[in-house]
Design a binder for this molecule. Structure first.
Ligand SMILES: [Zn+2]
Length: 154
């Protein structure tokens, strides 16, 4: 159960330190869980589609590929291939090159999760833009993802 949540947060682009803080487990334990999942995902000479989709999703959410390779302790070429294989189909549901911060809790979609302003515009289904603090938020079932434009590399 916890593993599942960690893998979801990982795919969504949360930094390892943030996952460690959110779930109150040591940084190295997060890496252990990810690498155990990797071992369990080995399939013939490659990995399962599920594992590769997780990599492609983390890439889409803005985490550099060399970082992903390091975190999972895998070949950068494997990361690249996973992104090529699954990136395109995942792009529709994610926004390219953006990093998310996960905010736990249930939030009113008409209010900003950060500054509580009601000056929010609905930009897409479940996605709001706050005019007061200039951030974008994606509302999920029990959390909100805040887009961190400042992490953009381009
Ligand atoms: Zn705001």
């Amino acid at each position: 159960m916890l593993t599942e949540k960690i893998l979801t947060a990982y795919a969504e682009g949360s930094p390892i330190e943030f996952i460690s803080d959110s779930f109150q487990i040591a940084y190295n334990d997060v890496l252990d869980i990810l690498r155990t999942y990797k071992e369990d995902s080995k399939f013939k000479t490659t990995f399962t589609d599920e594992f590769k989709k997780m990599i492609a999703e983390r890439d889409i959410n803005g985490v550099p590929r060399n970082i992903i390779a390091k975190e999972l302790s895998i070949n950068p070429n494997t990361v690249k291939k996973a992104c090529q294989q699954f990136g395109q189909t995942l792009k529709e549901k994610a926004i390219s090159s953006k990093v998310f911060t996960r905010i736990e809790g249930n939030f009113d979609i008409n209010r900003c999760p950060s500054c509580s302003s009601n000056r929010v515009n609905l930009v897409e289904e479940n996605t709001t833009y706050c005019l007061a603090c200039g951030s974008e938020y994606i509302h999920k079932k029990d959390h909100v993802l805040k887009l961190n434009f400042e992490y953009l590399e381009e």
